[in-house]
Design a protein around this ligand. Structure first.
Ligand SMILES: Cc1ncc(COP(=O)(O)O)c(C=O)c1O
Length: 385
C-alpha cells in the first residue's frame, strides 16, 4: 500500500485537527486484519495503538459478552433467546418483522398486527405507523399498512378483531404506555390477552422499552400480571445510558428469524454488552429494583396526598418510578417552571406530568419532588383554564 499524500487528506471541518489522518475509513475487522469501506484489506500492525489485545471481533470475547447478557435477560424474563440492537425503535422493528414472518410461516399472506390507541413505539416508518400519535405521523405518510388499532384495556374489542380478521398474527402493546400519558394495562387485561393469544396462536408482543428493566419495581412490568410475552423489545434502561436495545423472545418466536433474515452493525458490541451486564449486576447488588418499588410507592403516595381534592387534577397513576399526574388542561408551561425551581420533568400527551427518575432515587429525594412540584401544580391550576 502506498502512503497517502497528507495534502490530499480530506478535511473534517467539525472534528478538531489533532491527528494526522489517513484517508481511510475502516469498516470492520477480524483477527489481525481490517477492511476499509472500499473493501481493501490491511494487516493491522497498530491495534488501536496497542489496545486491541485479542484482535478484532475475537470469536470468544464478543460471543462471551453477548451470551452473558442474553443469558441474564433470559433468566430474569423466563424467555429463551435475544437479538441485540441499539435503540428502542430498532428493537420494535425487529418485533414487527418477527410478527410478519411468523404470519408468513403459518401461511398468512398479509399478516396484520393489533396495536393501540395512545401507543408510542418509535419514529422509524414502521414504528411510527404502529404509534397512535398523529403528531408523530404527520408529514411522513404513506404509513406502513398491516395494523389494526384498538382501545387499551378493552378485551371485547380484541375479541371482536379475532372473530372478524383472520389475518391477525400478533398483539403489540406497551405494558404501560409512556409517551401516550402513563396508561397502565390492567393486569387482568394482560391475563385475558395472554389467553386469547394462546387460543388464536397469536404472538403477544410487549414493548417494555420504557417500563422494563426494574422501573416498575419488577424486572418487567408484565410480571405484575404473572404472565409472559412471546416477544419483548427492550432498550432505554438496559444500558443505563449506553445505547443497548434487545428483543427477548419465548419458544413461539425463537426460531422465526433465521440467518440472513435480520441484522445490525452495532448490535451486541462489546461496550453495549458490558454496559448491559453491569447495569443488571449493579441493580441486583444494590437492590435497585426494590428501591424503585418502595420509593415509587412513597412518591405516588406523597403526590396523591398533596394533590387530593385539588380541582383540575384528574389522576395520579403508574407503577414504581413510572408515574404520571394527569391534569384537566395542557400543562407544558410546568416544564419551565419546574426547571426554574430546580426540578427536571417532562410533560407528555399535553396534559400529563411524567416522572421517570433514576431508579436509585431516595425517599428524601422523592419527598423533595413532591415539595417542589405540588405547589407549582396548585398555583398553575389556580390561574384558571
Ligand atoms: C415504549 C417505547 N417504545 C419505543 C421507544 C423508542 O425508543 P428509541 O427512542 O430508543 O428509538 C420509546 C421511546 O420513548 C418508548 O417509550
Amino acid at each position: 500500500m502506498n502512503a497517502p499524500d497528507p495534502a490530499v487528506v480530506s478535511p473534517m471541518p467539525h472534528v478538531m485537527n489533532t491527528y494526522g489522518r489517513l484517508p481511510i475509513a475502516l469498516s470492520h475487522g477480524r483477527g489481525c486484519w481490517v477492511w476499509d469501506s472500499e473493501g481493501r484489506k490491511y494487516l493491522d500492525g497498530l491495534g488501536g495503538i496497542a489496545v486491541n489485545t485479542l484482535g478484532h471481533a475475537h470469536p470468544k470475547l464478543v460471543p462471551a459478552l453477548q451470551e452473558k447478557l442474553a443469558a441474564k435477560l433470559c433468566e430474569i424474563s423466563g424467555l429463551d433467546a435475544v437479538f441485540f440492537c441499539s435503540t428502542g425503535l430498532e428493537a420494535n422493528e425487529a418485533a414487527l418483522k418477527i410478527a410478519r414472518k411468523y404470519g408468513h410461516d403459518r401461511g398468512v399472506e398479509r399478516p396484520e398486527i393489533i396495536v393501540y390507541e395512545g401507543a408510542f413505539h418509535g419514529r422509524s416508518i414502521a414504528t411510527l405507523s404502529a404509534t397512535a400519535n398523529p403528531k408523530v405521523q404527520a408529514g411522513f405518510g404513506p404509513l406502513v399498512e398491516g395494523f389494526v388499532r384498538v382501545p387499551l384495556n378493552d378485551l371485547a374489542a380484541v375479541e371482536r378483531v379475532a372473530r372478524e380478521n383472520p389475518n391477525v398474527v400478533a398483539v403489540f402493546l406497551e405494558t404501560i404506555q409512556g409517551e401516550g400519558g402513563i396508561h397502565p394495562s390492567r393486569w387482568d387485561y394482560l391475563q385475558g390477552l395472554r389467553q386469547l393469544c394462546d387460543q388464536q396462536h397469536w404472538l403477544l408482543m410487549l414493548d417494555e422499552v420504557q417500563c422494563g428493566i426494574g422501573r416498575t419495581g419488577k424486572w418487567f412490568a408484565h410480571q405484575w400480571a404473572g404472565i409472559r410475552p412471546d416477544v419483548m423489545p427492550l432498550a432505554k434502561g438496559l444500558g443505563s445510558g449506553v445505547p443497548v436495545g434487545a428483543v427477548v423472545v419465548g419458544p413461539k418466536a425463537k426460531n422465526v428469524l433465521g440467518p440472513g433474515n435480520h441484522g445490525t452493525t452495532f448490535g451486541g458490541n462489546p461496550l453495549a454488552m458490558r454496559a448491559g451486564v453491569e447495569t443488571l449486576r449493579i441493580m441486583v447488588e444494590d437492590g435497585v429494583m426494590e428501591n424503585a418499588a418502595t420509593v415509587g410507592a412513597a412518591l405516588k403516595a406523597g403526590l396523591e396526598r398533596e394533590l387530593k381534592g385539588v380541582a383540575g387534577v384528574v389522576e395520579v397513576r403508574g407503577q414504581g418510578l413510572m408515574l404520571g399526574i394527569e391534569l384537566d388542561r395542557p400543562c407544558g408551561v410546568l416544564l419551565q417552571r419546574a426547571a426554574e425551581a430546580g426540578l427536571m420533568l417532562s410533560v407528555t400527551a399535553d396534559k400529563v406530568i411524567r416522572l421517570v427518575p433514576p431508579l436509585i432515587l431516595s425517599v428524601d429525594e422523592a419527598a423533595m419532588i413532591v415539595a417542589i412540584l405540588c405547589p407549582l401544580i396548585r398555583a398553575f391550576l389556580a390561574e384558571g383554564a
